[in-house]
Design a protein around this ligand. Sequence first.
Ligand code: 9D3
Length: 250
Amino acid sequence: MRVDILTIFPEMFTGFLNTSIIKRAREQGRLEVNLVNIRAYARNKHRNVDDYPFGGGPGMVMQAEPLFLAVEDLLPAGETARTPVILMSPQGEVFNQEMAEELAREEHLVLICGHYEGVDERVRLALVTREISIGDYVLTGGELPAMVIIDAVTRLLPGVLGAPEGAREDSFAMGLLEYPQYTRPRSFRGLEVPEVLLSGNHEQIRRWRRQQALERTWRRRPDLLARVELSPEDRRFLEEINRREGEKTP
Ligand code: 9D3
């Protein structure tokens, strides 16, 4: 997959792109990242890419022209229809695992990182095909959100994680939060590893983990339970917690 990132702060990406799994994916040629400084497309001598808002008001607005010129440079006419041009924006659709899976199936993405108080509306109207937010909190720009998306998408690309199950088996893909995990030593400062995990009884271990995941999800993220496939045994277990502690399950 190729990802073009349009930003006025390309240096923010260097640590991220040169670390761990993202670095390896790039070295393996599974991820190709092209950092584009929007200022390179500014036509005034101070390389400004923002201006005052028409109608007045606080702050500055990112201009349309540098973003149009940059995207037109990156996408040949035939590719504009196929390639998602994504604006990182607090007003976007909230990012989730399903969107990560969808984006991981694309061959090419263009991510635009906004800054200042906003972006000229004509960018949305005539350049951008999708707007994505990473959640309801206020950041200073779209660079961290772009990294979040690249991170979530890259680990889904074929061959990036060792085993192909690696990506599928974990909590959000299963719809439940994870069960508690332990490693050596068995006893740490008086805190013991649950006996069942030392028992060697794999059926009991499987059931304990499933129940821990169910109980943890019920307590912390009951909203997730509505979309999980529950076995009759799962339902009996959740009904038991409900009886003890109150109603939260469908
Ligand atoms: C007065 C300015 N803001 C009203 C709350 C608008 C605003 C514009 C730009 C607020 C933040 C930003 C910078 N943030 C992003 O560009 C951004 C973002 C975010 O702040 N939170 C979650 N996801 C995203 S994606 C891009």
